[in-house]
Write a protein that binds this ligand. Structure first.
Ligand code: GLN
Ligand code: ZN
Length: 757
C-alpha cells in the first residue's frame, strides 16, 4: 500500500448547520410538517457545503463523516447492525427506525442517552446482547464518500473505532459483556474497510477517545488484537486512529506497534502526551497528526507555539501532519457570525471556520516554511499579546482579593450550631416541602423575553411582566401548601447564561450554538477574563417574592463548577483559579441575599459530576477545587442562613464524598428514577445533613399519584430520619406545563402531610 500524506486536517466538524438548518429540518420532520425527502435534501446541502468549505479553505485531508441526523455513535451502531430487536420489529423505514432509537415513540422508549466523555455532547448508548449480530448493514458511509467525490472532494470517512464503540455500549442483559463481541465486530469493520478500498478511499479515521481514560490490561489486549487484525487486512485504506480528550497512556505504545498508518494525538489537553511521543517505538514509519489546535475550546491558537510543538515532533514520525486536538463538533461555526460580540474579545476567538484556517496555515508553515504564512502568524501574535495584557483578563482587584483569602473563608460554623439557629429562624415542620427553583416558562414569559430582545417592549415593561409572574408563582405555592417557596426563575433564559450576562469576565454570543444532543443546541457563554460582580444579580427578584409571603423564600443561584462546566473557559490559568473567582462573585450575591432578608439560599451544582477527570489519578485534585469553590461561595453568611444545593443529571457514586464535603445544610438530589438508592450511598459515607431525594421525575409529563409518593417517602424514611428528610421533585420545573405540575405538586404535598400525620 502506498500511503498518501495527510498534511493538514480537522478530526470532525459541526453539523447542525451554520444557522441551525438541521435543527429546523429535523423538528419540522418530526412534527409531520415536512417529508423525508425535504429533510434529506437539507442534509445533503449541509454536507456539500461543509465538504466544499473545508476543501476550499485548503485542508489537505477532509474528514468525511461530518454529518449525522442525530448522533455519530448511533450512526456507527446502525452501520454495523446493532439495532435492538424492539426497534427493528417496528417495521419502519430506515430513517424512522433510526429516529425511534434516538427519540422513542408511542410504542418504544429511546435508547439511553449519556455524556460523550467530559464534553457537553450526549450520545445514544448502544445496546449489545446475545441477539446482536454485527455485520455491515448500512452503507451510508460508503454512499457519503461517493457523494463527496462527485463534488470533487476526496474525503476521509470517520467512524467510532471498534474498541471505543463497545466500551461505550451497555449490555442488553445482565452478565453479558459487549467487549466479548469484539472479534465479531472487527469482522464487520473489515468488511467496511474492504468496501471503502474498492471505492478508492485512501484514509479512514477510527476514533478511539476511550483511550483517554484508564484502561485495563484486557482492554489494551483487545485494542492490540483488533488493530492487528484491521492492519493485516490486505486490501484496505490507510488507517488513522484518533486518540483525543486526553493522554492515551500505554495505549499509544500499542497503537504505535500496530500495523496501521497513522495516529492522531491530542496535544492540547494533557502536556504529557507530547513527552510520550519521542520514546515510543514504531511511530517513525507512521503519520502523526499533531493535534495542536484546540478542537473544543474557542481561543485563537498561538500559532508560534503550535509550530514549535510540531517542530519538536519532526524526527519522531514518518510524516508530521497538523490537526485539531479533537473534532470541531464542540465549537460554534464562525466568529464572523458574531457582529455584536464584545469587540475587544472577538479577535481572541476562533470557532470552527477560524480553526480550519489555523490548521491550514500551520500545515503550510511546516511544509513550505514560516514565510509563506507570515501575515497569519503575525496577526495571531498581535491578538495573543493583546489578550495576555488586557486589564479585563487580569484584573488586579480580583487578584488581590483572591490573594487575601484565608482558610476560614471556606468554612462555616459547626453544623449542630447552624441547625439550631436555622430551626429557630425557619420553624419548618418535619418533612418540609419545596421545589428546585424554576416554574414553567410559559408562552407569555417567553414572548415577553422575545419582545424585549426585539425592542418591542422596554426593560420596565419586561420587568413588570416578570414581577407579575412571580406573584402568580408565589400565590400558587401558598395555595399548594409548600413550606419553602421560590420565585420561579421566570427572568432566567438559562441558569448559566443569566449569570454570565451579569458578571464581568464573561461574553455572550448570539449565534454560537453547539450541539448538545440531536436537534438540541446550547450557546455556552465565553469566560475570557477575571470574574467579578458589578452589582447584585438576583436580589430584587427574591426580595419581591419574599414581600409577598410569610413563608421563607429560597434564593436561587448557580454554583461555580456548573458556571465553568457550561461555559467555554479560559485556557490561560488553571480551572481552579477561575472557579475561585466565580465563587467570590457568588459569595457576594449570597451575602446580599441574606442582607435582604432571604433566609434560605440554594446554590445549584448539577454539573459537579460532569467535570470529573477521565483518569482516576486526576480526580482528587479536581474534587478538591470543586468543593473548595462551593464552600467559598456559600460560607460568607451567618449560621442561621440555610444553604441548599441541588445535584442532578448523573449517578453520584464517584463523587459521594465530595457531596458530603460541600457542607451544605440541605442537598436535593435526583433520585426518583433510581428509587432513592442514593440515600443508602449517602448513609454509607456518614452523611448527616438535610436531604431531599427527588420524589418524582420531572423529565416525564406523568403526574405521580399520592400513594406512589407515599410509598417512595416511606422507603426514604427508612433510610433517613424524618427530621432530616425534605420532600421535593427531582429538578426544576421550567420545561413542564402548569396542568402537569399543579396536580403533581399537590400530590407531593399531600403525601408529605400524610407521612407527617
Ligand atoms: N434551579 C434550577 C431550576 O430549577 C436548577 C436546574 C438544574 O438543576 N439543572 O431550573
Ligand atoms: Zn436539576
Amino acid at each position: 500500500m502506498t500511503t498518501s500524506k495527510i498534511g493538514s486536517t480537522v478530526l470532525g466538524h459541526p453539523r447542525i448547520g451554520p444557522n441551525r438548518e438541521l435543527k429546523r429540518a429535523l423538528e419540522s420532520y418530526w412534527a409531520g410538517r415536512s417529508d423525508e425527502a425535504a429533510l434529506r435534501e437539507v442534509a445533503r446541502r449541509l454536507r456539500a457545503d461543509t465538504w466544499r468549505g473545508l476543501a476550499d479553505a485548503g485542508l489537505d485531508s477532509v474528514p468525511g463523516s461530518t454529518f449525522s441526523y442525530y448522533d455519530h455513535v448511533l450512526d456507527t451502531a446502525v452501520t454495523f447492525g446493532a439495532v435492538p430487536r424492539r426497534y427493528a420489529e417496528l417495521g419502519l423505514g430506515s430513517l424512522d427506525t433510526y429516529f425511534a432509537m434516538a427519540r422513542g415513540n408511542d410504542a418504544v422508549p429511546p435508547l439511553e442517552m449519556t455524556k460523550w466523555f467530559d464534553t457537553n455532547y450526549h450520545y445514544l448508548v448502544p445496546e449489545i446482547g446475545p441477539d446482536t449480530r454485527f455485520s455491515l448493514s448500512d452503507r451510508t458511509v460508503v454512499e457519503q464518500y461517493r457523494e463527496a467525490r462527485e463534488l470533487g472532494v476526496q474525503t476521509r470517512p470517520v467512524l467510532v473505532g471498534p474498541l471505543t464503540f463497545l466500551l461505550l455500549s451497555k449490555p442488553a442483559e445482565e452478565g453479558f459483556d459487549p467487549l466479548d463481541e469484539l472479534a465479531e465486530l472487527t469482522d464487520a469493520y473489515e468488511q467496511l474497510l474492504a468496501e471503502l478500498h474498492r471505492e478508492g478511499v485512501r484514509w479512514v479515521q477510527l476514533d478511539e477517545p476511550a483511550l483517554a481514560a484508564d484502561r485495563t490490561p484486557r482492554e489494551l489486549d483487545a485494542l492490540r488484537n483488533t488493530y492487528r487484525r484491521l492492519g493485516d487486512l490486505a486490501e484496505r485504506p490507510a488507517i488513522l486512529t484518533a486518540c483525543y480528550f486526553g493522554d492515551p497512556g500505554e495505549a499509544l505504545g500499542v497503537l504505535a506497534a500496530a500495523p496501521i498508518e497513522g495516529i492522531a494525538l491530542d496535544l492540547v489537553t494533557d502536556p504529557s502526551t507530547q513527552d510520550r511521543i519521542s520514546g515510543t517505538p514504531g511511530l517513525s514509519e507512521k503519520t502523526l497528526v499533531a493535534g495542536v489546535v484546540d478542537g473544543r475550546n474557542v481561543w485563537r491558537a498561538d500559532l508560534d507555539r503550535c509550530m514549535a510543538t510540531a517542530a519538536t515532533l519532526l524526527g519522531s514520525a514518518g510524516e508530521v501532519a497538523i490537526g485539531t486536538s479533537c473534532s470541531l463538533l464542540h465549537v460554534p461555526y464562525d466568529v464572523e457570525a458574531e457582529p455584536n460580540l464584545d469587540p475587544q474579545v472577538r479577535p481572541w476567538l476562533s470557532f470552527a471556520a477560524q480553526k480550519v484556517r489555523e490548521v491550514v496555515a500551520l500545515g503550510r508553515a511546516l511544509r513550505e516554511g514560516r514565510d509563506v504564512v507570515d501575515s497569519e502568524l503575525s496577526e495571531a501574535r498581535i491578538a495573543i499579546a493583546a489578550r495576555t495584557e488586557a486589564e479585563r483578563v487580569r484584573n488586579h482587584r480580583v487578584r488581590a482579593r483572591i490573594d487575601s483569602l484565608r482558610p476560614a473563608d471556606s468554612g462555616r460554623a459547626d453544623y449542630a450550631e447552624r441547625r439550631a439557629a436555622q430551626q429557630e429562624s425557619l420553624r419548618l415542620p418535619p418533612l418540609p416541602t419545596t421545589t428546585i427553583g424554576s416554574f414553567p416558562q410559559t408562552t407569555d414569559v417567553r414572548k415577553a423575553r422575545a419582545a424585549l430582545r426585539a425592542g418591542r417592549i422596554d426593560q420596565a415593561t419586561y420587568r413588570q411582566r416578570m414581577r407579575d409572574e412571580v406573584e402568580r408563582v408565589i400565590a400558587l405555592q401558598e395555595d399548594l401548601g409548600l413550606d419553602v417557596l421560590v420565585h420561579g426563575e421566570p427572568e432566567r433564559n438559562d441558569m448559566v447564561q443569566y449569570f454570565a450576562e451579569q458578571l464581568e469576565g464573561f461574553a455572550a454570543t448570539e449565534n454560537g450554538w453547539v450541539q448538545s444532543y440531536g436537534s438540541r443546541c446550547v450557546r455556552p457563554p465565553i469566560l475570557f477574563g477575571d470574574v467579578w460582580r458589578p452589582q447584585p444579580m438576583t436580589v430584587e427578584w427574591a426580595e419581591h417574592a419574599q414581600r409577598l409571603t410569610s413563608k421563607p423564600v429560597k434564593g436561587m443561584l448557580t454554583g461555580p463548577v456548573t458556571m465553568l462546566a457550561w461555559s467555554f473557559v479560559r485556557d490561560d490559568q488553571p480551572q481552579a483559579d477561575t472557579a475561585r473567582q466565580v465563587a467570590l462573585a457568588i459569595r457576594d450575591e449570597v451575602r446580599d441575599l441574606e442582607a435582604a432578608g432571604i433566609r434560605v439560599v440554594q446554590v445549584d451544582e448539577p454539573a459537579l459530576r460532569e467535570l470529573l477527570p477521565l483518569r482516576a489519578e486526576q480526580r482528587q485534585a479536581y474534587l478538591e477545587w470543586a468543593v473548595e469553590s462551593f464552600r467559598l461561595a456559600t460560607s460568607g453568611v451567618s449560621e442561621a442562613t440555610q444553604i441548599h444545593t441541588h445535584l442532578c443529571y448523573s449517578e453520584f457514586g464517584d463523587v459521594i464524598d465530595a457531596i458530603v464535603a460541600l457542607d451544605a445544610d440541605v442537598t436535593s438530589i435526583e433520585a426518583a428514577r433510581s428509587r432513592m438508592e442514593v440515600l443508602a450511598d449517602l448513609n454509607a459515607v456518614g452523611f448527616d445533613r438535610g436531604v431531599g431525594p427527588g420524589v418524582y421525575d420531572i423529565h416525564s409529563p406523568r403526574v405521580p399519584d399520592v400513594q406512589e409518593l407515599v410509598d417512595l417517602l416511606e422507603a426514604a424514611v427508612h433510610a433517613v430520619p424524618p427530621e432530616r428528610l425534605w420532600v421535593n421533585p427531582d429538578c426544576g420545573l421550567k420545561t413542564r406545563d402548569y396542568p402537569q405540575i399543579e396536580p403533581a405538586l399537590r400530590n407531593m404535598t399531600r403525601a408529605a402531610h400524610h407521612l407527617r400525620a
